[in-house]
Write a protein that binds this ligand. Sequence first.
Ligand code: BG6
Length: 483
Amino acid sequence: MVSRVIPVDPFDLVIFGATGDLARRKILPGLYRRFLGGQIPDEACLIGAARASLSDDQFRAQIEAAIAEFVDPAKRDPAQIARFLRCVRYVAIDATGEEGWAQLKALVRPDRVQAFYFSVAPTLFGALAERLHKHEIANSEARIVVEKPFGRDLASARALNGTLAAHFDEHQIYRIDHYLGKETVQNLMAVRFANILFEPLWNAQFVDHVQITVAETVGVGGRGAYYDKSGAMRDMVQNHLMQLLCLIAMEPPYHFDPDAVRDEKLKVIRALDPLTSEDIVRGQYVDARGKSYVDDAENPASRTESYIALRCHVANWRWKGTPFYLRTGKKLRARTSEIAVVFKEPPHSIFDDDTGWRENMLVIRLQPNEGMNLKMMIKEPGPGGMRLVQVPLDMSFADALGEEGADMPDAYERLIMDVIRGNQTLFMRGDEVEAAWAWTDPIIAGWEATKARPQRYDAGSSGPEDALMLMHRDARRWREIRE
Ligand code: BG6
């Protein structure tokens, strides 16, 4: 298979918050990897901007350290790193004041593709947008990239959208949900819409239910202050899990085009039925040996959930009667993210009851070992009559696609390149984000009103007991959480 790396046009990318954690862990190492992959032209310019007063060389040294920490040793080529760093500059800037803006203006070229990555607290988005405009740094096609959390409820998301809209058009705003940059997530669209096999079965008549799991082994230590104000609902469900749900449940867009795709996703969110307390289980981890959630959050009275499981319904013709079960949590048994589409029984079985029938299932693994797995029934080989056995039709991307499959760009790399290309398909539109908050707001308000406490679950387990019951009551079972 021939690798198709399509270089992007020369660009100037300004990273606000360039000395922060996200830049260090993801953005800068990701840009280096794309450079190494031949996608970033030498004439591109990466400009770090942050409060710290650093020289270009001091910032380059920080990037080198980030590459040493976060890039695979096999890809750390000193000559290439030196070439990459040649296109790096740094400006000390005051986001809410006037310092540094003239220097930035002198560096950003007006006739280039321009991108401004706001890797800063959302409270600074407005100040940055305003100054880029006021100092006439951004051209009319400049792109701004903003990170989650995009608001903490509908009102704040609307206010944020309003602030950005005062200076940039919607087609210039790239709201990142890094789950949309994961290889398998995009493959989900390819599998659904480039094959005839699944689409005829992709509805309530044939799909019994869908399970979406994003399980993590890490706790919230180190970021407890942020997390305790969010919880799993705001941190994971309102964005990542709902985006996955949209891609599974949406109607085929008329074209693989940003607005066509996002229109269909928006319809799914709008079609979600409101939830009742029966549909939700919240949990907080407790570690017998060490720290519990409340210790990590440094808030002994915390009622914030580090785990959530819920059952929801997409109220439209396609999905009437098919439940979608979503769960995500910290400190669970294994780190695994997957979507399982579980099909119904054939209408009539010609085999005896004891032959070992099990349901067909399409499992889409986001991480680790990205790939897809279709569970099928076949006859167990050998003599002894008709016994059935479930076998996986396994397509691990690393195996199926060889080296290319093993060397897929990380979500951030892909998304940043899409920003430069001006492709918004994998970014959330303002109305999508607002619709997602409109659905989650009443749920969160319900917990706040009743002062509901999450259930405790053991760190390293699969989550609270009641989450098992949530499916049990419907005569269904969660898939095991394992790598
Ligand atoms: C982030 C959340 O958006 O996604 C984190 O804020 C979470 O709490 C992370 O750990 C998970 O991302 P990934 O790509 O590691 O599954």
